[in-house]
Design a protein around this ligand. Structure first.
Ligand SMILES: [Zn+2]
Length: 220
């Protein structure tokens, strides 16, 4: 795959998918291989994701070199920290960044850089997440990863958001800091989004495909 684009300069590759689908692992695998190939690599990660806080988020290669990820929360921050000599720029959790990341990724690729982006493609409602739609369109290479649905064992393509153990309402904020919320990987059929109106909530019932459409049309 990469060999084709190495002849022509830079390119963008996107690793998209649901939570728990191994996007970060795949991004780190590609970064590690670029390091083995003696490429100069820079890694960024969204500031909102604190799973790796404490300096654990470092990519190591077998020859003993490690690379730390810069925490960022805007495309401007990424741009200001770009090492002009970096040949490979990788960004994890890119879905949290603003729309400016699309122009920046295009610019880097036009300047001959390999840009690797990993991000969640849909939010808990099952709708496109942040800059992901545009990034998927401008990328030369797209890989969509799946997790396993925790309810039925099928390939999971949706992020199930649970608040106090029940499906989150459609109009709850996409990014909530704090609160007793949890996420599960689920397939399309098992994915549930509660209605916005509390009086209409049927939280204890399993998801039905027709209720999903009902929710979407009534909430917009
Ligand atoms: Zn399922």
């Amino acid at each position: 795959m990469s060999a084709v684009f190495q002849l022509t300069g830079g390119w963008i590759e996107v690793i998209a998918g649901v939570m728990f689908s191994g996007k970060s692992e795949e991004l780190m695998r590609r970064v590690r291989r670029a390091m083995i190939a003696k490429k100069r690599v820079q890694v960024f990660k969204s500031h909102l994701d604190d799973r790796y806080s404490g300096g654990v988020y470092a990519v190591g290669s077998h020859d003993g070199r490690t690379i730390e990820a810069f925490p960022v929360d805007s495309s401007t921050q990424v741009a200001s920290r770009i090492d002009p000599l970096a040949q490979v720029i990788a960004i994890d959790e890119v879905q949290f960044l603003d729309a400016g990341i699309v122009a920046l990724a295009n610019d880097l690729a036009a300047r001959g850089r390999r840009v690797i982006l990993a991000g969640i493609d849909t939010d808990f409602r099952g709708e496109p997440f942040g800059p992901m739609p545009q990034l998927l369109c401008v990328a030369e290479v797209v890989d969509k990863l799946h997790a396993i649905c925790v309810l039925c064992g099928s390939p999971a393509s949706r992020n199930q958001r649970l608040i106090d153990g029940k499906p989150a309402a459609y109009d709850s904020p996409t990014v909530m800091v704090g609160g007793a919320e949890a996420y599960e990987a689920r397939c399309r059929a098992c994915h549930a989004v509660a209605k916005a109106d509390p009086a209409q909530l049927r939280l204890d019932q399993p998801a039905e495909p027709q209720s999903y459409f009902e929710i979407k049309t009534s909430s917009k």
